[in-house]
Write a protein that binds this ligand. Sequence first.
Ligand SMILES: Nc1ncnc2c1ncn2[C@@H]1O[C@H](COP(=O)(O)OP(=O)(O)OP(=O)(O)O)[C@@H](O)[C@H]1O
Ligand SMILES: [Mg+2]
Length: 139
Amino acid sequence: MIKANYFNDAPILMPEDDKFGIDRFVQALSRSIRDLDSPIGATIALNGPWGSGKSSALNLIRHHLEPDVENGKIQLIDFRCWCFRGEEALTLAFLQELNTALGKNLSDKAKMLIPQLGKTLLQAGPVVGPAINLATGGI
Ligand SMILES: Nc1ncnc2c1ncn2[C@@H]1O[C@H](COP(=O)(O)OP(=O)(O)OP(=O)(O)O)[C@@H](O)[C@H]1O
Ligand SMILES: [Mg+2]
C-alpha cells in the first residue's frame, strides 16, 4: 500500500525530519554563517543536483539560525532570483528587496549607496521603472 505522504516532495523543515544525516553539515554551515565578520561581505553557494536536498538544507539552516534572528543579530531575507530575467532586472530586484527589508536598519552610508546604485543601473540598462524607483527612494 502507498503511504499517504509518498508523493510529498516538500523540503524538510526540522532536524528531526533529517533521514540522510545532513544536519551535522548544516549545523557547521550555520555556525560559519553566524561567525562571519560583519560588515565584510561573503557569498556561500549551496550546489547540488535536482532534488538533492538544497531547500531542505536551507530550511535547517534557517532553523539553526532562529535564535540569532530572534535576538536581532541576524536578519534573513528570502530573494527568489529565478523570478527575474536579465542581469539588470535581477540586480535591481535584489537591491529593492534589500532596501525594503533592511531599510530602517541600514547605516546612513548604505542608505546613500543604494539609490546611487539605482542611478548607475538606470544609465546602464533598460530596466527604467524599477531603476527610477530605486534611485529616488520611491519603493
Ligand atoms: N535530509 C533529508 N531527510 C529526509 N528527506 C529529505 C532530506 N533532504 C531532502 N529530502 C527530501 O527530498 C526531496 C527533495 O528535497 P529538496 O526539495 O530539499 O531538494 P532540492 O535540492 O531543493 O530540490 P530542487 O532541485 O527541486 O529545488 C523532498 O521530498 C525532501 O523532503
Ligand atoms: Mg529546492
